[in-house]
Design a protein around this ligand. Structure first.
Ligand SMILES: [Mn+2]
Length: 325
């Protein structure tokens, strides 16, 4: 059975977004939620987390969470996740469901493992939400203003507000259609891009101030520690977007942003400023992503994580000079 048939036939659908949800996974999942609900289906919005504060403007966000009612599910649709582990507790607590119930994975990551029953993977899509829009049209279901708002949020955030090289005419056509359906682009741009808390502006400042450039100028990096978060009363959520901002630095090929999640856990985000493929380093540490934007988690103290990652980054960009301490 193909994806279309699976959806048409299903009555009780679980839609999923990945752990620590971003605008694309949430916008995709909620867009699908609105479309399928309007088509008369019972739809559950499953996510390891509840909706982060910056996305509570999304219609339908209030039902997002890890608790699943006991129901005779006949379809699971997963959004923007290259691996099943990305669903965190939703998968861990319901492994039996994921084994028993047919699943559709809609994703645009090159690192997607093809784990679902039916995999809709398009690595040329700027966002999973772009794929969700075209899939909803293929299904023949109406797309409401609320559905469109969610999908456009996914496209807007994952395309770097239409600035990334992943943006195609197809992306802009989807966005134009969604605006025509009533999706409020200026509101989405304000909510997801311009709006900041005071703490957010401060922690961005700290991250920018902490930037280092390698001696040969080929890569740069910054690290944000738990101490810095405390000092500015900020969370890592409020650092969202900072690494993309750093990718505007002219000269280096790659930027790495280290986030000290705990004493032995460091999240690393990479952005490349040229043709350098960030996933080369991310995948070595069990992570993934896209050529120009990738990430991984290193289970080591911050200084050790920096040493290991920067050694690989230096290798990747052909840096001959030693990694500074
Ligand atoms: Mn995405």
């Amino acid at each position: 059975m193909d994806a279309k048939e699976l959806v048409h036939k299903a009555q009780n659908v679980m839609v999923c977004s990945h752990i620590n949800p971003d605008g694309d996974t949430l916008g995709s999942m909620l867009g699908m939620y609105h479309v399928l609900t309007a088509a008369g289906k019972y739809v559950q919005r499953a996510c390891h987390n509840t909706t982060p504060p910056q996305f509570t403007f999304l219609p339908g966000h209030e039902g997002v969470g890890p608790d699943l009612p006991d129901r005779d599910w006949d379809l699971i649709i997963c959004h923007d996740a290259s691996d099943i582990q990305r669903f965190g507790s939703v998968y861990e607590q319901h492994r039996d469901l994921f084994e028993r119930v047919p699943s559709i994975c809609i994703d645009h990551h090159v690192t997607n493992s093809g784990w679902a029953t039916v995999n809709l993977i398009d690595t040329s899509a700027s966002a999973t939400a772009e794929m969700v829009y075209y899939f909803a049209r293929e299904l023949g279901y109406p797309i409401s203003k609320d559905a469109g708002t969610c999908m456009l949020t996914g496209i807007f955030t994952d395309s770097g507000s239409f600035q990334f090289t992943s943006v195609t005419a197809r992306t802009l056509r989807a966005a134009a259609d969604l605006v025509e359906m009533g999706a409020p682009l200026p509101d989405i741009a304000y909510e997801t891009w311009r709006k900041k808390t005071f703490a957010s502006a401060r922690i961005w400042g700290a991250a920018l101030e902490g930037l280092h450039l390698s001696p040969d100028g080929r890569y740069c990096w910054s690290a944000v520690t738990q101490d810095m978060l405390r000092q500015h009363a900020a969370t890592f959520n409020e650092l969202e977007g900072a690494v993309s901002h750093m990718s505007g630095i002219a000269g280096p090929s790659i930027v790495a942003l280290f986030k000290e999640e705990g004493p032995d856990e460091v999240d690393v985000s990479f952005r490349s400023m040229d043709d350098t493929d960030c996933t080369v380093v991310a995948v070595k540490f069990g992570g993934g992503g896209h050529k120009k934007a990738a990430g991984c988690t290193v289970h080591a103290p911050l200084a050790e994580a920096e040493r290991q990652i920067l050694a690989e980054v230096a290798k990747l960009v052909g840096s001959r000079e030693p990694v500074p301490a």
